[in-house]
Design a protein around this ligand. Structure first.
Ligand code: DX5
Ligand code: ZN
Length: 218
């Protein structure tokens, strides 16, 4: 399967956002992951469409994967699409009609993904798996970077991979050189990493090393 590594901008040095975006692009990572938090769906606030637009301005050719941790993502889809989101990810736990909103994301010209939290039973996403371009399995409780990887979430990745051999399955939360290999063995092929990658002096070497480990040991 095609492997993707996505640095999460949440862990960037916010005082140097444009150079951090350029550093992520130069790392050979396939896309940038942007975490949007509304202080309601999760107990934290991050940023909105302006930062997605900044990413497009600083790195036009670097794909933008926008993870909406919002109770009402439906109210903001147009804004994120207009700001330059390439993929928009919405949670199955959100307070909106997923079927309608996934279709709307596509009609706005973006790829769409459904996201599932650690405590949510996998069956909840079954109605949507044929309507999405990728599935994001959270491997931490969303809301903060730098948390510990929850190994139990890998059983979801395994079941989804058995069910959907060619689906793009992403993991997000607590990914580093060890946990990425565990997730790859379970069947993930897209890997978000925030604190692990942005804390590296040489992000490019870390991305290349991560990719190599996933291919070699996954
Ligand atoms: C968590 C976010 C993640 C976060 C990952 O709520 O969805 O994307 O930035 O950060 P790390 O890799 O530090 O766990
Ligand atoms: Zn995320």
């Amino acid at each position: 399967m095609n492997i993707q590594i996505l640095p999460s901008l949440l862990a960037a040095d916010l005082g140097n956002l444009s150079s951090e975006i350029s550093r992520a692009e130069a790392s050979t990572a396939e896309a940038l992951h942007l975490d949007v938090m509304d202080a309601h769906f999760v107990p934290n606030l991050s940023f909105g469409p302006d930062v997605v637009a900044l990413a497009r301005k600083c790195a036009p050719g670097f794909s933008r994967n926008v993870h909406l941790m919002m109770s009402r993502p439906d109210l903001y889809l147009e804004k994120f699409a207009a700001a330059g989101a390439d993929t928009i990810q919405i949670h199955v736990e959100a307070d909106c009609d997923l079927n309608v909103e996934l279709r709307r994301i596509r009609s706005l010209g973006c790829k769409c993904a459904v996201v599932i939290n650690p405590e949510t039973p996998i069956e909840k996403i079954f109605p949507y798996v044929n309507e999405v371009d990728e599935i994001l399995v959270m491997t931490v409780h969303p809301g903060y970077g730098g948390q510990k990887f929850i190994c139990e979430c890998l059983s979801k990745v395994r079941s989804l991979r058995d069910m959907l051999p060619s689906m793009d399955i992403m993991v997000d939360g607590g990914i580093n050189a060890e946990t990425a290999v565990l997730a790859a063995r379970a069947g993930a092929n897209r890997f978000v990493a925030g604190s692990y990658l942005f804390s590296q002096a040489d992000m490019r070497a870390a991305v290349e090393d991560l990719r190599e480990r996933i291919i070699r040991h996954g």
